[in-house]
Write a protein that binds this ligand. Structure first.
Ligand code: HEM
Length: 341
């Protein structure tokens, strides 16, 4: 994580030194988070990995155009061209991932490499002392896609929206920088105890995930008829829970629901929300996000390195238009004016 972030920082210094302090932070952070998930989960750092990312991005854009019909009977026939495009891309991604997995299997490093793919490839691996199930290559491909999709853009967007809000709230930007100086000092290495000492950064993260949840909705399907007051939700109904609306509801959060106030999380992990299910950036119950601890770590590492080196200001070129394209992202990127400290 530190390596990939430092490479991004070097790129930014080169850019700034050549007289261009305006940086599209969204694009940069997504590329870096992509590299981080590729390295930490799959030990990848080559053209193959980049190829998979480019195709996943294209697939995401195509799915965005067709996904409004998910769960609608015959929905896939509503936009046949896009559905076929998505299918073709999906096949190409599967083939690429399969070739990466097969070459990893052949290279014989499968048991030595301490990353997610290494674990997935361990045959009959032990889980809590019990023998685990052997995954087929196809199953490994599916796991890889889930982690690629779920594991980089969400975290990158959390960091992106944070940089926007810190640029708009220089007081909080300074508070976080002071906290970093206090907790990390001049240390060259970041360790886990330092990260857990970054308390204000955690409040800021929680508040950003409230105002701009990168996963803007959570889906469930009724497994039986459910009665809610006077309404019966029929067995099989697909439901989309509107997380963005819940996170901005004044009945749950008070009249300052739309304001950036990280201190609401100071003494309450639920930010003072009036309903225990009102704050759901990572979903809920048995299917809650499995990657959230990785996110906390990555968020703190990347932000610590960035805030220790740069100040961030809003740019006149920024056009505020958050939109839901599967995830909640800025429609036109996030140009910020970045100055070295
Ligand atoms: C800010 C960062 C992230 C956000 C906002 C986020 C959000 C979510 C949400 C809302 C769900 C659905 C939960 C539900 O249905 O109740 C989910 C599931 C999931 N996430 Fe994340 N996620 C993040 C980071 C990550 C990372 C870093 C990884 C992997 C490295 C990851 C992997 C997954 C997986 C595998 C699932 C499916 C879990 C299951 O169905 O059992 N996520 N995430």
């Amino acid at each position: 994580m530190v390596d990939s972030t430092n490479q991004m920082i070097d790129r930014w210094f080169t850019r700034i030194n050549s007289g261009n302090p305006e940086i599209d932070v969204e694009r940069e952070i997504i590329a870096t988070a992509g590299e981080i998930i590729a390295r930490t989960s799959f030990g990848m750092k080559d053209d193959n990995a980049r190829d998979v990312f480019d195709k996943l991005r294209a697939l995401q854009m195509t799915l965005f155009k067709t996904n409004r019909y998910v769960g609608v009977p015959f929905g896939k026939y509503f936009n046949v061209k896009k559905t076929l495009e998505a299918k073709k891309l999906g096949k190409e991604i599967d083939e690429l991932l399969l070739s990466i997995i097969e070459s990893r299997k052949k290279s014989g490093t499968k048991n030595g490499q301490q990353d997610l793919l290494g674990l997935l490839l361990q045959e009959n691996h032990e889980v809590d002392g019990r023998s685990g199930k052997t995954l087929t290559s196809r199953e490994v491909v599916d796991e890889c896609k889930t982690f690629f999709f779920g594991g980089h853009e969400t975290t990158a967007l959390a960091i992106t929206w944070t940089l926007l809000l810190l640029a708009m709230h220089p007081d909080w930007q300074n508070q976080l920088r002071d906290e970093i100086r206090e907790v990390v000092g001049n240390s060259e290495e970041l360790d886990i105890s330092m990260l857990s000492g970054l308390k204000k950064m955690k409040w800021v993260m929680n508040e950003v995930l409230r105002l701009y949840p990168p996963a803007p909705n959570v889906q469930r399907q009724a497994r039986e008829d459910i009665k809610v007051d006077d309404v019966t939700v029929a067995d099989g109904t697909n439901m989309w829970i509107d997380v963005v609306a819940m996170h901005h509801d004044p009945e749950l959060w008070g009249e300052d629901a739309n304001e950036f106030r990280p201190e609401r999380f100071m003494n309450d992990v639920n930010g003072g929300c009036k309903h225990k299910m009102g704050y759901l950036p990572f979903g809920f119950g048995g299917r809650m996000c499995v990657g959230r601890n990785l996110t906390f770590m990555e968020y703190k590492i990347v932000l610590t390195l960035l805030l220790s080196r740069f100040t961030f200001k809003t740019s006149p070129a920024y056009n505020h238009s958050p939109s839901i394209m599967l995830s909640l992202r800025p429609s036109y990127g996030l140009p910020l004016i970045v100055h070295p400290l």
